[in-house]
Design a protein around this ligand. Structure first.
Ligand code: PEP
Ligand code: MN
Length: 364
């Protein structure tokens, strides 16, 4: 948190200057002045936290739940930042929020998942930030739409903001029973491919929705080379006014962070390329073989397609498809492969076979 003087304008340390893992923590919502100050002091005392977060305006699914403490919470955050030296960050969802934060000297803001889904809202916020040097962290949209996330980041970049980063908080899904939000790791990985220079922060609190699962998701994020973590913390999590089940005490946060193993992509003194070259050649050979076999399978599928065409048989034959799945899921179990993975793999192959057979049907 900084008052924007000419001096700190020139050499502000931003998220991009921080060491991995960058740790952002603090309550889901600011509730009282004491709660914000206590959390900040306890987090600072861990020696492991880089930034203090708290929601002031809370986008809630239904009205009549706690919708945030409002503007006065900004002063509490500023005070806690000044007391501990921790930079502070809060969520904005409209231009009024932006104006109030700018007035209080905030130079870091995050965009919530319910805002990222709306290009009009994102554009208005971006326009309100034009000409500032505010650092913006963009949470993924609620729905698993990579382009919506990319688009929101571009809107901030397009108004000239240099420090735009991403927070992965998972996606609403009817499928995920284990987690509150399905992580769908492939989406943030694809985002990072689009913007290699941005920092990717994982939010295991909103992914899991349960404090006991935070460690595992944090470790996974670190092993996927995420730059940091945003974890909700509260002095008395069970009595938090929002997201009680997923918050941890600052002490518990320290335990989680102490247990994490921070592996590196290229550790110093280790000749990764040399040590792994034999195994990597083996993997390449196996992949070539896999692709060759799949191509061979398509040739056979086309021959079957030709037969179906000549005898007016439908391309899809649900019983045959069910038999293929049953046989290969049994096989997968014997081979120690997960049925979820093998199902997805078979579905993809089946789709491709149908595409080949459709081409045969439509020929001539
Ligand atoms: C939050 O960080 O408290 C929050 C509201 O998150 P999200 O936008 O990810 O739901
Ligand atoms: Mn929350």
């Amino acid at each position: 948190m900084g008052v924007t003087t000419t001096a700190n304008k020139m050499k502000r340390t931003g998220i991009k200057d921080l060491q991995r893992p960058i740790i952002i923590s603090g309550p889901c919502s600011a509730e009282t002045e004491e709660q914000v100050m206590q959390t900040a002091k306890d987090l600072h005392a861990t020696g492991k936290v880089d930034m203090l977060r708290a929601g002031i305006w809370k986008p809630r699914t239904r009205p009549n739940s706690f919708e945030g403490i409002g503007e006065k919470g900004l002063d509490w955050l500023v005070a806690a930042g000044e007391e501990t030296g921790l930079p502070v960050i809060t969520e904005v969802a409209n231009t009024k929020h932006v104006e109030r934060c700018l007035k209080k000297g905030f130079d870091r803001l995050w965009i919530g998942a319910r805002t990222t889904v709306n290009p009009f809202a994102v554009q208005e916020i971006a326009d309100a930030l034009k000409g500032t040097r505010v650092e913006v962290l963009v949470k993924n949209p609620i729905n698993p739409d990579l382009n919506l996330w990319i688009g929101a980041i571009e809107r901030f970049q397009n108004v000239g903001l240099d420090d735009v980063h991403a927070i992965h908080r998972g996606f609403s899904s009817v499928m995920s029973r284990k987690y509150r939000n399905d992580p769908m790791w492939e989406i943030p990985i694809a985002l990072k491919r689009t913007f290699p220079e941005i920092k990717m922060i994982c939010d295991p609190s909103h992914i899991t929705g349960k404090r006991d699962l935070i460690f595992d998701v944090s470790q996974k994020a670190m092993d996927l080379i995420y730059d940091g973590l945003m974890i909700e913390s509260h002095p008395d999590p069970d009595n938090a006014w929002s997201d009680a089940a997923q918050q941890v005490t600052p002490l518990k946060l320290k335990e989680i962070l102490d247990r994490l193993i921070i592996r590196k992509e290229f550790p110093e003194g280790v000749k990764v390329a040399e040590d792994l070259s034999d195994l990597r050649l083996k993997i390449n050979d196996i992949d070539y073989e896999l692709i060759r076999l799949i191509a061979q399978r398509m040739v056979v599928a086309e021959e079957i397609g030709q037969y179906k065409k000549e005898h007016n048989i439908t391309i899809l034959q649900p019983n045959r498809w069910a038999e293929i799945k049953r046989l290969q899921l049994e096989n997968a179990e014997r081979q120690g492969l997960s049925s979820k993975f093998v199902s997805k793999f078979l579905e993809a192959i089946h789709q491709e076979s149908i595409r080949h057979q459709t081409a045969i049907m439509n020929k001539g």
